[in-house]
Design a protein around this ligand. Structure first.
Ligand SMILES: Nc1ncnc2c1ncn2[C@@H]1O[C@H](COP(=O)(O)OP(=O)(O)OP(=O)(O)O)[C@@H](O)[C@H]1O
Ligand SMILES: O=C(O)c1ccc[n+]([C@@H]2O[C@H](COP(=O)([O-])O)[C@@H](O)[C@H]2O)c1
Length: 210
């Protein structure tokens, strides 16, 4: 297992409270910076998957991205908290405290140490398009249901992707979104709905055109 040096920051890297039976969405991201597209995905998945909680997992660094220039974890966590005013959403950087690099590590840890929770991994359609490049992506799909939210410009690539094709048999109907957290994995859903064309990279480029 690849580990980073653990980074514990009080108030930033704790795991949110939970109880058996809770339906908990896990929404990982760099959030550099957080924007309304992220908030849209959170609102829609909370409502349509009938989640009790949504944990925003601010990553210490996406292993497939060049993370030079990525602001510190606590800066991104605090900025996300400042933008989110929802009683069921918690923002945490706990992956850093565990030294995790890959999402399978996070999912393996949460599902084994917090039994009985109904975890669902949430991602935008652009992430599904690259999901087959994630380390142990098949293990992730075998461990938790996955909700994919539509993103402008990514739909075709996402639905034709290697992961979507290989998991075709496990896709459930959009109308059944509310039962996704109860489904035995592999199970995934593609959610259409309100869309946002915002991206963190466009926001960064607008701020610093050089
Ligand atoms: N506008 C959007 N619509 C749907 N999903 C989104 C949108 N923006 C981000 N996401 C999803 O949110 C998660 C976190 O994304 P991330 O923090 O990398 O933002 P980003 O805007 O994609 O950043 P960047 O442009 O730097 O790649 C990912 O699963 C991504 O697919
Ligand atoms: O585990 C992997 O191999 C992996 C590869 C790419 C992205 N991820 C995770 O996907 C989430 C979205 O990342 P990002 O940078 O697109 O916001 C975040 O939680 C990353 O850690 C995970």
């Amino acid at each position: 297992m690849t580990l980073r040096p653990p980074l514990r920051i009080p108030g930033i890297t704790e795991i949110p409270p939970s109880a058996p039976g809770m339906r908990i969405g896990l929404f990982g991201g760099s959030f550099n910076p957080i924007h309304d597209g992220h908030l849209l995905v959170m609102e829609e998945t909370l409502r349509r998957l009938e989640l009790d909680a949504l944990w925003v997992l601010v990553t210490p660094g996406n292993p497939l991205k060049n993370n030079a220039g990525l602001p510190p974890l606590d800066t991104r966590v605090q900025a996300a908290r400042a933008r989110i005013a929802h009683p069921r959403i918690r923002v945490t950087g706990f992956e850093a405290a565990k030294g995790f690099t890959y999402s399978w590590q996070t999912i393996d840890f949460l599902t084994s140490t917090l039994p009985g929770r109904r975890f669902v991994w949430i991602m935008g359609a652009d992430s599904l398009a690259n999901f087959h490049r994630w380390q142990r992506w098949r293990d992730i799909a075998a461990r938790v249901p996955i909700a994919v939210y539509v993103r402008p410009g990514a739909a075709r690539r996402a639905l034709a992707s290697r992961a979507a094709t290989m998991l075709d048999y496990a896709q459930i109907d959009e109308a059944d979104a509310a039962i996704l957290p109860l489904c035995a994995p592999p199970a995934w859903i593609y959610l259409q709905g309100r869309q946002s064309s915002l991206s963190s990279s466009a926001i960064r480029a607008a701020k610093d055109p050089n």
